[in-house]
Design a protein. Structure first.
Length: 391
């Protein structure tokens, strides 16, 4: 590390310390008291100059031999670049009306030095998306939040799932139940997600390949068949709801191959108690760069499939009137000798998160059918249809 960089950092920390003391000390005749926003601006200038000369930050790699340990791995992993907790599912009102819901919290490590003692250094960003799918509305209702971690406004815990972003939160109790509190723009969730099955380690003991190179992988586990209860508030009116959900937790530092533009992913709670997950990483021409699927029986036996054993075949597409992206909202999913049809709760389940993650994607409630009969319910995610997805 260069002498220039060390000097810049020293100037930054000295300036920050001096300005902080001035802000805590009444003004005298020689040194005026500075406003707080000036402290922030001057600190940011010096901090940015120091960071510009720093060596690239190295994030923790995903290693195939790592054994996941709970409850620790329910928590955050700040040494990895990207992480998310994804809860999706189906709700039902007292009069039987079906609804889809999504609650997602992201943690993203920046390239700022993690050991920097400054509270102003944006070392971790916390992002959240929430969505409600109601065919009566005719499109997805969604909201988003983003903030840097710290100052009591946004935070994650490394010991268990405990995420806060303003008034939005997701917390896992010691009994395994998740509490979700989320007042969004057009709706509010106050939900409890209760486990009915053990944690499902995806890939090889939680090491999930996402490409031809070993480092193109994530640590990944799921919690399928969560029982949901609580209230959905719309227009100031609380509505009692119940249902089922699927929770994914992944963390990684290098996920996608340079040729990848996005992925198609589906997670389904099958009606017979089994749990199905499948995804494919897509190239720009629509071909599959990498594919994987898992099917866990109700008794815990796990089958895993790769490559040509998996096939996503578009059946019908829907074009977004806002982005002009064309999404294959109906598909046929073939895994080994099994064949299912994927049908959406409604076509317009496009989520525009350009104000937070910068991406537009389709995330929606779907029904899985086999031989014309319902086999399960879950969620389908399709990314990279507006522009290539960058993590």
């Amino acid at each position: 590390m260069s002498l220039r960089l060390n000097n810049l950092r020293g100037m930054f920390y000295s300036l920050q310390s001096l300005l902080s003391r001035m802000l805590r000390t009444p003004a005298n005749n020689s040194i005026p008291k500075l406003p707080t926003n000036l402290l922030f601006i001057m600190s940011l200038i010096f901090f940015t100059a120091a960071q510009a000369n720093a060596e690239p930050l190295r994030f923790a790699p995903v290693n195939p031999g790592t054994k996941l340990s709970f409850p620790r791995d329910f928590g955050a992993h700040p040494d990895f670049r990207t992480e998310w907790w994804y809860a999706t599912g189906w709700l039902q009102t007292a009069d039987g009306k079906p609804l889809g819901f999504q609650v997602t919290f992201f943690r993203s490590a920046t390239e700022h030095e993690r050991h920097n003692p400054s509270q102003f250094a944006p070392k971790q960003l916390i992002v959240a998306h929430a969505a409600l799918s109601d065919p009566a509305v005719g499109k997805l209702q969604h909201d988003q939040r983003v903030a840097r971690a710290g100052f009591g406004l946004a935070q994650t815990s490394e010991s268990t799932t405990d995420i806060k972003l303003g008034k939005w939160s997701m917390r896992r109790d010691t009994n395994g139940m998740y509490r979700v509190t989320l007042p969004a723009r057009d709706f509010s969730f106050d939900l409890t997600l209760s486990p009915t099955q053990p944690v499902l380690l995806q890939g090889v003991n939680g090491y999930s390949r996402k490409g031809p190179k070993p480092e193109q992988a994530s640590h990944y586990y799921s919690e399928p068949h969560l029982q949901v209860s609580g209230t959905l508030t719309r227009n100031g009116k609380p509505i009692v709801v119940s249902g089922t959900a699927w929770l994914d937790h992944e963390w990684s530092s290098t996920v996608l191959d340079t040729k990848a533009v996005g992925w198609d992913w589906v997670g389904v709670n099958l009606d017979d108690g089994r749990a199905l997950m499948a995804f494919r990483i897509r190239a720009a021409d629509g071909s599959s760069l990498w594919q994987h699927a898992s099917l866990r029986e109700k008794d815990g036996r796990l089958q895993q499939f790769n490559g040509d054993a998996i096939r996503f075949t578009p059946v019908r597409s829907w074009r977004s009137p806002r982005t002009q992206a064309s999404y294959p909202v109906e598909l046929t999913l073939e895994i080994d000798q099994q064949r299912w049809q994927i049908r959406p709760l409604q076509d317009d389940q496009e989520l525009d998160s350009r104000q937070s993650t910068g991406a537009v994607y389709w995330e929606g409630a779907i029904t899985l059918e086999r031989d014309g009969r319902r086999a399960g319910r879950g969620y389908l995610e399709m990314t990279g249809y507006v522009k290539p997805l960058k993590l």
